[in-house]
Design a binder for this molecule. Structure first.
Ligand code: FAD
Ligand code: NAD
Length: 474
C-alpha cells in the first residue's frame, strides 16, 4: 500500500492549493480528485476552474465587450455596425481558458511532485483512503495510507422540487455556461451572486431576463446603501428583478418553460426559453464515507471543524466549501495553505474577518468587513465616509461613473471596520482595504496614503477623507 504524509481529497482551489503547499513543505502528498470535464477527461481545479469562477468570468468579459461595443463605444466616437455575437465561439473561448488553466494545475502537480490519484476518495479505517477510478467504477479500488488527511470535497448546487433540472430547458449554473444561443427570454430563480452574474451575461447578449427572488430584500447580506444602488442600476440595465417571488411549479415543453410563482399573495406565471436555478450551494460529502468513518457533520451537512479546520477525527482536516464560512475560492485556498502549514508544524494563519467578496456585475460590487446594518445591530458606534465615482476623474474618462466607495471606521479608534464599493473595477480596488484591515489600519491611514492620479483608487482616498468631512473633490 502506498504511504503518504498527506492525502488530500478534492482537487478544487481548497484541495489543490493545500496539496501544492504540503509538497512545498517537504511532505509526500497525494491529491484524490474525481472531476471529469465535459470532454470526458479527468481535470483538476474543481468547481472554480471547471464550472465556476473562471468560466463565468470569461463569459462576463466576452459579454461586457459585446455590450460595450454595441451600446457604449459610440460615446467615444467609435462607430461599429453589424455587431453580432457568435455564442458558440464565445463558449469555445471559455472552454479553451478552462482547459489551459486546469492543465496548468496538472503541471503544477508535476512540478511540485504531488501525486494525482484520479477517482473518488472514501475514508477508510485508520487514516486510509480508498480510491475508486471515476472513469471505470468496476476497476479495483486502490487503498493508500495517509499520515494526515485534508478533505476539500467542495459543494454542489441546491435543487428545488418545483424546478427540477433537466439540463435542457431548466439548468443549474453549469448548464447556463454552455447555452448554444442567446435565449430570447431567460428566467432565473435566485437573485444571488450566480443569478446576477449569469443573468448579466445573457442580458448583455440580448436576452430578456426575469429574476425571481424569494426574499423581499435585494442582496440581503450586502450593505444597504450599496444594495440600493445595485438594485437601481441593474434594473436600469434591464434586469427584471421580482422580489418576494415564491416559485410553486414549472412545466416544460419542446419550446419553453412555464414558471408559476406567487408574489404578494397573487399567483403569477411567466414563459421563458430557458430557466436557470441558482438558489445556493450545499456541502458535498456524497460517497465520502463520513458516517462509517464517524466524521461529524453539522445540522446543515457541513463537515464540522474548529477554527483550525480540525475535524473530530485525529489528523483529519477539512477546508473550503465543505466547511462553514463563505463559499469562496480564495477562502478555500487560504484555509488549504493554513492547514498544510499546521501539518508541517508551522503556524498557519487565517483571518476570517477580512475575507473579501466580489459580485462581478457591472458595475462590480465588492466589500470586506462589516456592513452598517451589522454594526447597528451590534450597537457599535461608527463613522462613515463615502465618495461617488461620478466625481472621480478616471471614472469620468472611462465613462463608468455609477457607484460609490464607502469606508466605515470605529467612532472611537478610527480603525477600519468595513469597506463597501460599487463601481468600475471594484474587484481590484477592494485589495487595498483588505490589506489595510489586515494591518488593523485606520481610515486616517488610507487618507494619508498617496494614491496615483488619475486612478479609480483615488475614490478610496477621498472616501477616507470624507470620514472626517474633508473630501477635496466633492
Ligand atoms: P470545489 O471547487 O467544489 O472542488 C471540490 C473538488 O473535489 C471537485 O473537483 C470534486 O469533484 C472533488 N470531489 C468531491 N468529492 C470527492 C471525493 N469523494 N473524492 C474525490 N474528489 C472529490 N468563488 C469565488 O471566490 N469567486 C468567484 O468569482 C466565483 N464564481 C463562481 C461562479 C459559479 C458559477 C460557481 C458555481 C461558483 C463560483 N465561486 C466563486 C465559488 C467557488 O467556485 C467555490 O467557492 C470553490 O470552488 C470552492 O473550492 P473547494 O476546493 O472547496 O471545492
Ligand atoms: P446565493 O446564496 O448567493 O443566492 C441564492 C439566492 O437565491 C438568494 O438570494 C436566496 O434568497 C434565493 N433563493 C433561495 N431559494 C429560493 C427559491 N426557492 N426561490 C427563489 N429564490 C430563492 O447562491 P448562488 O447565487 O446560488 O451562489 C452560490 C454560492 O456560490 C454563493 O453564495 C457564493 O458563495 C458562490 N459564488 C461566488 C461568486 C463570486 O464570488 N463572485 C460567484 C458565484 C458563486
Amino acid at each position: 500500500m502506498d504511504q503518504y504524509d498527506v492525502v488530500v481529497i478534492g482537487g478544487g482551489p481548497g484541495g489543490y492549493v493545500a496539496a501544492i503547499r504540503c509538497a512545498q513543505l517537504g511532505l509526500k502528498t497525494a491529491c484524490v480528485d474525481d472531476w471529469i470535464n465535459k470532454q470526458g477527461e479527468p481535470a483538476l481545479g474543481g468547481t472554480c476552474l471547471n464550472v465556476g469562477c473562471i468560466p463565468s468570468k470569461a463569459l462576463l468579459d466576452s459579454s461586457h465587450h459585446f455590450h460595450h461595443i454595441k451600446h457604449e463605444a459610440g460615446d467615444h466616437g467609435i462607430s461599429a455596425s453589424g455587431v453580432t455575437i457568435d455564442v458558440n465561439k464565445m463558449v469555445a473561448r471559455k472552454d479553451k481558458i478552462v482547459h489551459m488553466l486546469t492543465q496548468g494545475i496538472a503541471g503544477l502537480f508535476r512540478k511540485n511532485q504531488v501525486t494525482w490519484l484520479q477517482g473518488r476518495g472514501r475514508l477508510g479505517r485508520e487514516k486510509q483512503v480508498e480510491v475508486t477510478a471515476s472513469t471505470d467504477e468496476s476497476a479495483p479500488k486502490t487503498v493508500v495510507q495517509a499520515g494526515s488527511i485534508i478533505i476539500a470535497t467542495g459543494s454542489v448546487p441546491v435543487r428545488i422540487p418545483p424546478a427540477p433540472i433537466d439540463n435542457n430547458r431548466i439548468v443549474d449554473s453549469t448548464g447556463a455556461l454552455d447555452f448554444r444561443e442567446t435565449p430570447r427570454r431567460l428566467g432565473v430563480i435566485g437573485a444571488g451572486v450566480i443569478g446576477l452574474e449569469l443573468g448579466s451575461v445573457w442580458k448583455r447578449l440580448g436576452s430578456e431576463v426575469i429574476i425571481l427572488e424569494a426574499l423581499g430584500e435585494f442582496l440581503a447580506p450586502v450593505d444597504r446603501e450599496i444594495a440600493t444602488i445595485a438594485h437601481k442600476t441593474l434594473k436600469k440595465q434591464g434586469l427584471d428583478i421580482r422580489l418576494g417571488a415564491r416559485v410553486t411549479g414549472t412545466g416544460t415543453d419542446s419550446l419553453q418553460v412555464t414558471v408559476n410563482y406567487e408574489q404578494n399573495g397573487e399567483k403569477q406565471q411567466i414563459n421563458v426559453d430557458k430557466l436557470i436555478v441558482a438558489v445556493g450551494r450545499k456541502p458535498n460529502t456524497e460517497g465520502l464515507g463520513a458516517a462509517e468513518a464517524g466524521l461529524e457533520l453539522d445540522d446543515r451537512g457541513f463537515i464540522h471543524v474548529d477554527e483550525l479546520c480540525r475535524t473530530n477525527l485525529p489528523d483529519v482536516y477539512a477546508v473550503g466549501d465543505v466547511v462553514r464560512g463563505p463559499m469562496l475560492a480564495h477562502k478555500a485556498s487560504e484555509e488549504g495553505v493554513a492547514v498544510a502549514e499546521r501539518i508541517a508544524g508551522k503556524h498557519g494563519h487565517m483571518n476570517y474577518d477580512i475575507i473579501p467578496w466580489v459580485i462581478y456585475t457591472w458595475p462590480e460590487i465588492a466589500w470586506v468587513g462589516k456592513t452598517e446594518q451589522d454594526l447597528s445591530n451590534e450597537g457599535r458606534e461608527f463613522r462613515t465616509g463615502t465618495f461617488p465615482f461620478a466625481a472621480n476623474g478616471r471614472a469620468r474618462s472611462m465613462g463608468d461613473t455609477t457607484g460609490i466607495v464607502k469606508i466605515i471606521g470605529d467612532a472611537a479608534t478610527d480603525r477600519i471596520l468595513g469597506v463597501h464599493i460599487i463601481g468600475p473595477n471594484a474587484s481590484e480596488l477592494i485589495a487595498e482595504s483588505v490589506l489595510a484591515m489586515g494591518f488593523e489600519g485606520s481610515t486616517e491611514d488610507i487618507a494619508l496614503t498617496i494614491h496615483a492620479h488619475p486612478t479609480l483608487s483615488e475614490a478610496m482616498h477621498e472616501a477616507a477623507l470624507a470620514v472626517d468631512n474633508r473630501t477635496l473633490h466633492f
